[in-house]
Structure formats: structure tokens, C-alpha cells
Design a binder for this molecule. Sequence first.
Ligand code: BES
Ligand code: MN
Ligand code: ZN
Length: 490
Amino acid sequence: MSVVPQISFAKLSTPKKGALLIVQAALNDASALVNDADPENVLAKAAASAKFKAKKSAKLDVLAPASAPVSRIVVLGAGELDKLSIEDWMSLGGKARAALANEEQVTVQLSGSGAQAAAFAHGYLLRSYDFDQYKTKKKDDEEKPSSQTVSICLVDVADAKKQWEIEEAVAQGTILARDLVNEPANVLYPIEFAKRASALKKLGVEIDILTEKEMKKLKMGALLGVAQGSRHDPRLVVMKWNGGKAKDKPIAFVGKGVTFDTGGISIKPAAGMEDMKGDMGGAAAVTGLMHALAARKAKANVIGIIGLVENMPDGNAQRPGDIVTSMSGQTIEVINTDAEGRLVLCDALHYCNTKFEPKFMINLATLTGAVLVALGQEHAGLFSNNDELAENIFNAGSASGEKVWRLPLGPAYDKMIDSKFADMKNTGGRYAGSITAAQFLQRYVGETPWAHLDIAGTAMSSPASDINTSWASGFGVRLLNQMVADSYEG
Ligand code: BES
Ligand code: MN
Ligand code: ZN
């Protein structure tokens, strides 16, 4: 198992054993590297010979001499400290963990604020994440300690502790979302996902789970049409966090939770289909977000809704050409059974809007391959009917490092999903695939401020970064936690 660090904060003092990591501002002169834990000045010597100037991302790793109280000293270059963003501090934490993964006891010395130290800890914890519970043979187990304690030393300990209480809640939300996305679909099917979401009860989240029968009664024909080819029953999970004033309207988050997407009768090619276990990344982000908000006791009333289905080909599966009636009463011609996410979301969004009358709704979905063509893995696609909401999300993206880029909506795109036989069809042809998918969703939100985040490129198959080496990123938890904190609390 990967070793989860036990992180705490303390006043600056000389460590007595273990490894020391120094977060070091840029240096002109290597002889400035003096430290109580380095009585023989090996750091200055090593820095001079390696021409180490503590530039951003540079690293100096020295074995401490016998006279030193520690066994190893790592100096992590931070460049100009006053230029570092919160994202940079998270990256430094991630780099620190990468350098020290095999140490049992770590002391960190940094000169930063409480918020910066907490961001460092946040990155450190996220980098330590490893989804390895299905590996029965662990080759380098002998080298890995069974535990790791990390003491982060700085001036303002009290502030760091306060900030870390918040940041740790958010990190745990991201870790929950990563676990859900990494989990294979034979383990994580709709009922099992609903069970895992139910665990949020222990944080004070109210959980309501709608069964297939209840969804039939509500006439959720679009969501149920996707589910009908699967042996696994669908579920709709409603999570409620009441941290705001009783009279405040809630804000709402809605997630696509296709626990596996074969494409259905419009079946996908075999190559890469295994990735479709991650087609519940939107639902995972909403669940992780609810964890984060509840664990840090956010001062807001928040609804989280996830539509959980499995999209399978089967004798009972829906066919291309089928016409289904959504809960809103609007009819849909199913052109392609692989455009199933919008069918799940349209009923979840309509239910959310009519039942809770939220201040706004934001949905997250691994909705289209086309968003990867447009934006790659750097930005999630953002679509909205409301400029203020879109701006708040965009700004939260810049602040949290989970970036989004807004794409257009408009009547000419909307026309592309008009159907010969029904009110609309579920695909709009080859062009502008991410936009026509968003137009489809917009037909279900009425006048309510709404935003759609297409996270097909950012939730899974993640490139390795300083704060994540796992396939799943947990994208959306930090972004939306930031947005709630900056714009909708208090
Ligand atoms: N789940 C997929 C989208 C996806 C693709 C997610 C790659 C993650 C990585 C979605 O259900 C889908 O199949 N979309 C189709 C829509 C098309 C049939 C209009 C697509 O993108 O090809
Ligand atoms: Mn699909
Ligand atoms: Zn899908």
C-alpha cells in the first residue's frame, strides 16, 4: 500500500532525525545555505559544485554526514517566493513528496504564510495518492516504510493549522473522486456507487436514493432508456448539505454517472474501451465536492445530484431511432445510443430544477470526445447561459489550477439537434459535437442560471503532474470548492 503521510505543523527548530526538506528561495550565493542541521556546511559545498541557485523546480539532494542530526537533506528551489501562486505551493508540496516517498520521518522548513504552508501540505497529500489496492505483488515494499510523519515548520503555526483544516477536507474530496473514477466497473456499478455516496452521512450530508421504480413514477424516460440494457439497476442519488441559512435557496451540482459506457447498441470500438469505467467522472466530482464542503462545514446550502446508470448492449437495450419521453415532457429521438450522457443529465437537471428551485445549477460530465479535440487535457469545456456564473467558475479555475475555457452556445447550434420525428435528437452531426451536446442540456434548464462542464479531457487518462500520478485526477472538486468559497458563502 502507498504510505499516507501524517501531516502536522510546528515552530521552526532543528530536526533530530529523519530527512530534512528545505523550501529555498532563489540564491545568488551558495554560501548563504546555512542550516543548524548541517554542522559541516555540506549544503553550501554541494550547492556550489552543482551550481545550485534554488531556481524554481531545481533540487539539491545530499546525504548528511555522521555529525548531522538528520540522514538526508533535500533543498527544493522555489525561485522568487513572492511570485509563487497557491498552485505553485501545491506543486512544491508534490515535488517534496516525490523526493521523500521512502522516508519515515520528514521535517520541512519553509518561509511562507499559513495558507501557503497548507497549500504545500495539500500538494504533498495529493501526490502521495496511489490507487494500488488491486496489486497483490508489491515489488519495492521492502524499501517503503509502513508510515510517514511530516512536520512542516514555519513561523505562523496557528494560521497553518487553521488553513489546513479546510485544505485537508478539499484534498480528501479529491481523493474520494479519484478512488471512484479509478475503481473498475465490475466493482463500482450504480448501487455500489450509491452506497459509497451514502457514506457522506457521517459528515452530516442528507442522502436520498431514488430507485428505478421511483424514477419510473417521475417519468424519467430518458435516463431509464439508457439503463434498460443493463443487468445493473440505475439509481439517482440526492445529497444535501445544509450549511447556510434556512431561508437561503440552495446551489446545485449535477453529475453524469455512467458507471460503464460501452456505447450501447451503437457500440464503441474495442481499443481503449476500458477507459469508459471513468464515465462517471462527473458524478465522482460532485460526490467529492459534497465531501469537501461538508467536511469543511461550508456556509452554504448545497444540493448534489448524481444520475447513475450503466450503458450496455442487450436484447432489452434501446435502439437507434427509439423515441423516449423525458421527465420534462420533451421527446427525444435517440440517433446514437452512445450519446447517452445527455439523456441521463436531462432528467437529472429537470428533476433538480423543479424539485429544488436552486439559485443555479452546474453539471459536470465526461460528455464528449470532441472536447478533447478542442481543448486537450489542459482545460475543461465551460458552457453557460449566465455570464456572471461563467465568470465565477472561470476565476475559480485560475485560482485553483483546475482550469476551464468557455465555448459558445447559440440558436444556430441549437437548431442542429432538431429532429424529424421528435422534439429533439440526441446528436447533432459531426461538427461542434461538444456544443450541440451542451445545447441539448440547455433545453432542460429553463431560465435558471446554469453551467455545464465537459470534463472528458480532464477527469481521466491524466498526464502525470506534480500533484497527481494516478489515472484519475479528481478534477472539479478543487475548482467548485473554490467557486463556492469565493462567491457563494456567508
Ligand atoms: N463517454 C463518452 C465521451 C468520452 C469520450 C468521455 C472520451 C471520455 C473520453 C460519451 O458518452 C460519448 O460516447 N460521446 C460520443 C457522442 C457522439 C456519439 C455524439 C462521442 O464523444 O463520440
Ligand atoms: Mn457514450
Ligand atoms: Zn458516456
